[in-house]
Design a protein around this ligand. Structure first.
Ligand SMILES: *Cc1c(COP(=O)(O)O)cnc(C)c1O
Length: 424
């Protein structure tokens, strides 16, 4: 008789009868905000909700300014553009991240330089980053991946020595803190995503934080078709007062709507409590995991004063599970728990959604540039090991559960450990 749920045994959790916490979270407060926008008629940009959200988000992150934009992809792109980065420049990004981190550099005509990550927290390896610096390097985009925190002390120190801009990709880390400072306020700029799966969401959306007022002014123009506001913000139906003609710069429309801002205002209010629950649960389940054979928690840096988790992840070692492949382990975990269990992102040198050479009409700026943007020229052995052999990832909703739910995670690992031969 099989014991494991993937083989027809009884699962540890009947997720139909006992579902995991739902996402997204909303109630009548979001409804009220949305109806206010509807009735107010300022559905587009610089509306009252957007201005309120920008102020609240800046205050929350501790940056001087925050600007809402269409998503967390163009936020990276605009941050690079505002820093004056483009053709002939190199931008260092980790090899293990969502494709947007590198694609943003590509889309401003810069060359994304992929570097390897630390095996213990899956974030960019500062030593590998420094080795990749050339006279053309202009910026680095560290990603605070899943529950990890990029080593901002090392990164800021190296960037300072080489005169590089630092754009934090905070798409996984809303509210995370490093030595008491929130993500997005440590580098020159912070980039956030409010896509549905993220820790704050309006379905889609993004934001850029910065304390550099020159960057802020440029970003404000770049997200809004190049318009430079003469007065700080204009709130009316789009007719505001803008700078004189010579001030305008070439750009496009990267704005969000006031509907999204209305939802984000409530999302931001919910975040601290949700983060606290996730952080406490992650600490608890990691303490259980550290007692189990064959699994290793992601290293939590002691300089990280507040955790934030887009995913809950850990490292798997098949040699301790009688050689059971990690993909089968993940399937077995999903079977026991009734939730999705995924691998990490594909390393960007082999990522099916990061393929610059499929678009010659856009990216073949020169033969040399074409060669330089080839992702296959980079070597990312740690990213590959994480992706192919070690990664076990759960969406953050799992951390919104109870302590008993966390116990179940550890029990599922033990059950698979005890019955691994069923799957060999
Ligand atoms: C989600 C994400 C982005 C892009 O955000 P979108 O809002 O989906 O465009 C960028 N970087 C990372 C690490 C992400 O996870």
């Amino acid at each position: 008789m099989s014991k494991l749920a993937v083989n027809g045994g009884t699962p540890l959790r009947d997720a139909k009868a006992n579902p995991w916490p739902r996402w997204p979270v909303w109630d009548e407060k979001e409804e009220k905000g949305l109806l206010e926008v509807l009735a107010g008629g300022v559905w587009s940009y610089n509306g009252p909700k957007e201005l309120e959200f920008n102020r609240a988000f800046a205050e929350f992150t501790g940056a001087e300014h925050a600007l809402s934009v269409a998503n967390g992809t163009v936020s990276l792109q605009l941050a690079l553009e505002a820093c004056g980065i483009g053709l002939g420049d190199e931008v260092i990004v980790p090899g293990l991240t969502w494709q947007a981190t590198a694609a943003a550099a590509l889309d401003v005509n810069a060359v994304p330089i992929l570097v390897d990550v630390n095996e213990d927290n899956w974030c960019i390896d500062p030593a590998a980053m420094e080795e990749a610096i050339t006279p053309r390097t202009r910026a680095i985009i560290p990603v605070h991946l899943y529950g990890g925190f990029a080593d901002m002390d090392a990164i800021m120190e190296i960037a300072g020595r080489h005169n590089l801009r630092v754009i934090e990709d905070c798409a996984h880390k809303h509210g995370g803190e490093w030595k008491g400072r929130k993500v997005g306020s440590i580098g020159d700029a912070g980039s956030f995503s409010f896509q549905l799966s993220k820790l704050m969401t309006a379905g889609e959306g993004g934001a850029i934080t910065t304390s550099d007022s020159q960057l802020y002014e440029k970003l404000d123009a770049l997200r809004n078709c190049g318009r430079r506001p003469e007065i700080e913000q204009c709130g009316d139906k789009g007719a505001g007062h803008y700078g004189s003609e010579g001030d305008f710069i070439q750009s496009g429309n990267y704005r969000i709507t006031d509907f999204q801002a209305a939802v984000l205002i409530e999302s931001l209010k919910r975040l601290p409590e949700q983060n606290a629950i996730r952080d406490e649960n992650a600490k608890y389940v990691n303490s259980l995991l550290s007692e189990l054979p064959g699994v290793t928690p992601i290293r939590r840096d002691e300089r990280e004063t507040m955790g934030a988790y887009y995913n809950f992840s850990f490292r798997y070692d098949k040699s301790q599970f009688k050689g059971l492949d990690v993909a089968k382990f993940r399937e077995a975990m999903a079977g026991e728990l009734g939730c999705d269990v995924e691998a990490s992102y594909e390393p960007l040198d082999v990522c099916s959604l990061y393929t610059p050479h499929t678009k010659p009409c856009r990216h073949k700026l020169s033969e040399e540039h074409w060669r330089q943007i080839d992702p296959a020229r980079f070597s990312l052995p740690v990213c590959h090991r994480i992706y192919r052999e070690e990664s076990v990832c759960f969406h953050h909703t799992i951390l919104m559960g109870t302590k008993a739910d966390m116990d179940l995670l550890a029990k599922a690992i033990e059950k698979i450990y005890d019955n691994a031969e069923e799957l060999l």
